[in-house]
Design a protein around this ligand. Sequence first.
Ligand SMILES: Nc1nc2c(ncn2[C@@H]2O[C@H](COP(=O)(O)OP(=O)(O)OP(=O)(O)O)[C@@H](O)[C@H]2O)c(=O)[nH]1
Length: 284
Amino acid sequence: MVNNGCLCCTVRGDLVKMLLDLVKKKKDKFDHIVIETTGLAKPAPVIETFCSDELVSRYVKLDGVVTLVDSKHAMKHLNEVKPRFVVNEAVEQVAYADRIIMNKIDLVTEGDLEKLTDKIKHINSIAQIKRAKFGVVDMDFVLGVGGYDLDRIDSAVKVDDSHGGNHHHDTHGRHHKDHHHDHLHDSAVSSVSIVSEGTLDLDEVDDWLERLMEEKGVDLYRMKGVLSVNGSDQRYVFQGVHSTLDGCPGKTWEPDEKRTNKLVFIGRNLDETALRKGFKGCLI
Ligand SMILES: Nc1nc2c(ncn2[C@@H]2O[C@H](COP(=O)(O)OP(=O)(O)OP(=O)(O)O)[C@@H](O)[C@H]2O)c(=O)[nH]1
């Protein structure tokens, strides 16, 4: 147990200490550590502990963030308008999730579930979602997630045409911004997906992402991408949290495979036009 209080802000030091204690005393005796935060926790500082604390990141790695959504009450909280500079924790917890369990589905109608699914996907188009009663899901869904594994980004960045996010298909020149979501409240936190063929200049991509993190790091919660880059038969995969960015070559493209770039950004007040322009600027 970490100290009483809010795990996200007051006891990050305790979290580090607890993790290091566990590693020292129980080394090789556990496969996973599950941290349950309060319903009011901000996920970012917890996530960042694993990326930025040198000792912690040497011994443990963040597998993924699982968010349990109460299907009966979540919509109200997700739509709640907070005073300026006050974080809506429900939105944040959905935004940072790698897996989302929509629980208590027996208490709502199919229509309610569909609306809630749309809302969740609008905020976070990367997370896999499962419906559940009394929180029952397969263990595989919540452990061994690989949400921060560069090797597994390819399957994570699937852009779903039927829901959520602000999708743009550059290859078709279609601009269908949010046509599914007229009924949704305008959440400041959303996902922007870019799907486009074409080859990118990796140096330009590096510059672009670095600039983006410098200028928008605070508002850019997560990003993931699979890219087709010049002079390489391998995909280039990257993932980032705020101003931490990781990237490396991934799987080789098959000879007859369409080399489609896929990028997803999740954040607050994302400037979709600027993101698309930045991406285009990296195309050869
Ligand atoms: N009908 C129904 N009730 C559920 C389901 N899951 C949990 N409950 C009930 O909801 C009540 C409150 O449980 P939760 O909402 O899980 O409580 P919680 O916020 O996780 O509680 P703490 O983590 O202990 O603070 C309990 O009586 C549960 O039995 C579900 O899928 N369907």
